[in-house]
Design a protein around this ligand. Structure first.
Ligand SMILES: [Zn+2]
Length: 296
């Protein structure tokens, strides 16, 4: 599970953004040691019991969440050169509106705070952030703990907080694909476009009517932009409950991926597929350890 890949010189120290050179090395490693399948091919593979008897190279699927611009400008050329199929799960509101996710705005603001401290007032009390950690990975841990606590606030309040922090924002911001870029991306035979809801709602916080509405709205827009109706789904932020999985299935999906950080086992449901998250701080050794299931 990736989110974004961008050229090395863009210094965006967010876990979500993997450097291009590192990503290329990771993809070469995958190509050598795994059989990379599209999501459709993976479903077929799992349906055929005979396949599950020891493959020389274990199968793996490459996925991206959200629909960031670098999926098209940076990751696609790398994956095309290696002829590796991949799936991009798109949240359509951000693509339609050219907008930005609240969590990216918060990350950008905290990075702007630099090495200083920052207090964030919320209805659930004050969150204290300290940017003093020397390692990027440590600083990210501090950012992540702020994000985790903001996720428990009402969505409207998160936007207000992001607006407030945004006011003195001066770092390069992450950008989503435009509909035209998404259209171009989807034309490549290597690419599968999946549904990631319309506005990245956390589905365990919605009733089934609203969950249905956001998923179907994304279906309509993705079909309009790519000419195809997605059959693969990713739960935003990995949040789901049992009913969500049943709903996604009823709405015509063949699979749904989570953020449960481990490799697939035979008992797993196709609607609760685990994924190994890869981020900016994974060097090749960490990447290999994660792919071997050593760091689950
Ligand atoms: Zn997402």
């Amino acid at each position: 599970m990736y989110h974004e890949v961008l050229p090395d010189h863009l210094d965006i120290p967010s876990w979500l953004v993997v450097r291009e050179a590192r990503f290329r090395r990771q993809m070469r490693y995958l190509k050598r040691h795994f059989r990379i399948l599209s999501m459709d091919a993976a479903v077929d593979y799992l349906a055929t019991a005979a396949n599950q008897v020891k493959a020389r190279r274990p199968p793996a699927v490459i996925t991206f969440d959200d629909g960031y611009a670098g999926n098209f400008s940076c990751a696609l050329p790398v994956l095309r050169a290696l002829q590796l199929p991949f799936t991009v799960y798109v949240s359509t509101a951000m693509v339609a509106g050219g907008g930005r996710f609240w969590h990216d705005r918060i990350i950008a603001a905290l990075i702007t705070a630099g090495r200083g401290n920052l207090s964030i007032q919320t209805s659930a009390g004050t969150l204290e952030y300290s940017g003093r950690a020397r390692l990027d990975a440590r600083r990210w841990a501090g950012i992540e703990s702020i994000l985790t606590r903001l996720k428990n606030l009402p969505p409207a309040e998160r936007e207000v907080i992001a607006d407030r922090l945004d006011q003195d924002l001066k770092v390069p911001a992450l950008r989503m694909m435009t509909p035209a870029e998404l259209h171009e991306l989807s034309r490549d035979k290597l690419v599968t476009i999946g549904n990631h809801t319309h506005a990245h709602e956390l589905l365990d916080q919605l009733d089934s009517e609203r969950a249905t509405a956001t998923i179907l709205r994304a279906q309509t827009l993705l079909e309009e932009w790519t000419g195809r109706r997605p059959v693969h789904f990713a739960y935003p932020n990995g949040n789901y409950v049992g009913e969500t999985a049943a709903l996604v299935k009823r709405l015509g999906m063949a699979t749904a991926v989570t953020g449960n950080p481990r490799t697939w086992v035979e008992a797993d449901s196709l609607f609760e597929i685990p994924r190994i998250g890869i981020g900016r701080f994974d060097n090749l050794n960490l990447f290999r350890a994660r792919m071997c299931g050593l760091l689950q």
